[in-house]
Design a protein around this ligand. Structure first.
Ligand code: GDD
Length: 289
């Protein structure tokens, strides 16, 4: 383990110079969209300029280090779905603006300095390990805690925005694949299926036979000043070039996450999510959540 910080260019340079890595997967960020409205300068520094610091350190090191930038579907913002590599960016948060900067820096270091630098433009990817303040995990934890009588209500912002939610382990595999291509390039990664926050709520509560209307309440403090409402990936390019197709679709994702949170709350899971994992992903680490 080497310690560093995305705001500390000297430390990043030293680490890269000493390790001489073959590949860098740059996933570090202040990654919460709502938080970025409260901390726009910090978000720009870490999620935006942090990328420039790594790219510059790689360039100066003279090593042939391959670089993966975790670009985000959030960069499309107001651009209507489906979004692909040609769609214009129209970011609607300080987080998304910082990610657009990082995207273009990655592209420019590829074009200008011939670095093997790639953007994976990933749509939302979730799992039982998702942070508890992101909406999917907040919902699945609430379902489990309500069943376990540890929580009475679930407070959310708007239920309308639509997202393209996939299963994170499959997306991590594709990050690796992107760096194994002959030519550095940028790729959109998503399932192509779109669901609203309300769809997620309905699916999670009905899976355990609860009526969501009895538990979900709106709290304005979760509303964002500007919102991204319509995301769905057109992943034709990555399907064609890398032959990547996700196995986990929306219904299975919800079940996997609810089952895992039920187990964490000390309950017996319904089991359909666990069953899906056993069938399609035998012998994998995240079976233990
Ligand atoms: N977090 C949260 N909490 N979101 C809520 C809530 C709530 O209580 N209520 C409604 N939402 C809505 C948000 O307004 C948003 O439209 C949607 O749920 C999803 O919010 P998040 O789960 O916080 O994810 P995100 O889409 O904003 O961003 C995630 O995905 C991006 C990829 O598109 C993050 O992982 C980003 O880092 C990532 O780049």
């Amino acid at each position: 383990m080497h310690y560093g910080d995305l705001s500390d260019s000297e430390q990043i340079s030293n680490i890269l110079y000493n390790i001489m890595p073959q590949e860098v997967y740059h996933l570090g960020a202040q990654s919460h969209v709502m938080v970025s409205f409260s901390m726009p300068e910090y978000t720009a520094n870490v999620s935006g300029i942090g990328t420039a610091r790594i790219l510059e350190a790689i360039r100066r090191s003279g090593n042939h280090t391959k670089f993966y930038q975790a670009s985000s579907s959030e960069m499309f913002g107001r651009t209507p779905s489906p979004q692909n590599e040609e769609s214009p960016f129209s970011p609607t948060s300080p987080y998304a603006v910082a990610k657009v900067y990082a995207y273009w820096m990655t592209k420019n270091y590829r074009l200008g300095y011939n670095l093997f630098a790639c953007n994976g433009i990933l749509f939302n990817h979730e799992s039982p390990r998702r942070g508890e303040i992101f909406v999917t995990r907040k919902i699945t934890m609430a379902v489990a805690n309500i069943l376990a009588k540890k929580q009475q209500f679930l407070y959310l912002g708007t239920l309308e925005p639509k997202r393209d939610w996939g299963f994170a382990p499959e997306y991590v595999e594709v990050m690796y694949q992107i760096l194994q291509q002959e030519k550095a390039d940028d790729f959109v990664v998503g399932t192509g299926q779109q669901h609203s926050v309300l769809d997620f709520v309905e699916k999670a509560f009905s899976y355990v036979n609860l009526r969501w209307q009895d538990y979900v309440k709106c709290d304005e403090k979760y509303l964002r000043p500007t919102e991204t409402n319509d995301l769905a990936a057109d992943s034709s390019k990555i399907k064609k070039i890398i032959r990547w197709t996700p196995k986990v679709q929306f219904d299975d994702l919800v079940k996997i996450m609810v089952d895992a949170d039920m187990r964490k709350a000390g309950l017996q899971p319904i089991g359909e999510g666990d069953e899906f994992l056993r069938k399609h992903f035998p012998n994998r680490w995240w079976k233990t959540d």
